[in-house]
Ligand binder design. Structure first.
Ligand code: 3PY
Ligand code: MG
Length: 256
């Protein structure tokens, strides 16, 4: 029996899942945040300072709180995605999926044959789920969430094709990179009118495909808005931002 319901099923059934987003290198940080009322905890290996060993140590700490651990891999490091699933991650977010070939390669490492090419060796996943090897092999493709990031103009143009790739469970939008791409490098504005339009479009296409749509939000207020719009997995702020705002609030109160 797994510790939490399969993440793809949980996200499809709703309500929107709010995720902690952790880029600080110590595994205790996602472990601590998992104890708060988050629905999932993301370990950011792309822009965070988290290496593979730290990510692997964070996964059981998150699972011990009964929460799914999701990791964002560095660009193109698809082999790392399988290794994170082996360690017990419930899902992987792959950044910069800009071609159908990127989407196919990502799906292949996330799913066992015949759907994909994931190789056998789920040492941590077996101990965290308590499943026997045969049970995990049969259930594994439905347990692991594969989210392809849509964060460039090219990706947005082929979003239907990416959603159509077997083994891709959904998309995850990166509004900052998308703003850079949509403005052809002229601006960084993750709340620009062009990004807003793209968010609505990508969300509608994911819905039409019956797949999951997630998005990065840098604050609770923005997360509220995006969850209300229909996104099923939404971050609320990075660990660094939470630490800083907590410190600022306490200092303000202390200074009177
Ligand atoms: C983006 O906004 O580009 C992201 O990747 C969010 O982390
Ligand atoms: Mg990005």
């Amino acid at each position: 029996m797994s510790l939490h319901p399969p993440l793809p099923d949980r996200l499809k059934a709703g309500p929107p899942a709010l995720a902690a987003w952790c880029g600080l290198p110590d595994p205790s940080i996602p472990g601590v945040l998992a104890r708060e009322a988050f629905d999932a905890v993301v370990i950011d290996m792309q822009h965070g300072a988290v290496d593979f060993a730290a990510a692997v140590r964070a996964i059981p700490l998150i699972a011990a709180a009964g929460k799914p651990a999701v990791a964002r891999i560095p660009v193109g490091e698809f082999a790392t995605a399988s290794r994170l699933l082996d360690a017990g991650a419930a899902g992987v977010i792959a950044p910069m999926i800009n071609t159908l070939e990127d989407a196919r390669r990502f799906a292949a490492v996330m799913k066992f044959p015949p759907l994909g090419e994931r190789s056998w060796g789920p040492h941590g996943a077996l101990s965290l789920t308590g499943l026997q090897p045969g049970e995990y092999f049969r259930a594994g493709n439905g347990l692991s969430l594969a989210l392809a990031m849509i964060e460039t103009r090219e990706a947005l143009e082929i979003v239907d094709g990416i959603l159509d790739v077997a083994g891709i469970d959904g998309i995850f939008i990166g509004p900052s990179d998308l703003s850079i791409g949509l403005s052809q490098g002229r601006e960084l504005d993750p709340a620009s009118a062009a990004v807003e339009k793209a968010l609505d479009h990508a969300l509608a296409r994911a819905r039409a495909a019956g797949k999951i749509a997630g998005v990065y939000a840098p604050s609770g207020e923005r997360a509220f808005e995006l969850a209300r719009r229909g996104f099923q997995l939404v971050s609320i702020a990075s660990d660094t931002a939470l630490l800083r705002s907590g410190a600022q609030m306490a200092l303000k109160a202390a200074r009177g």
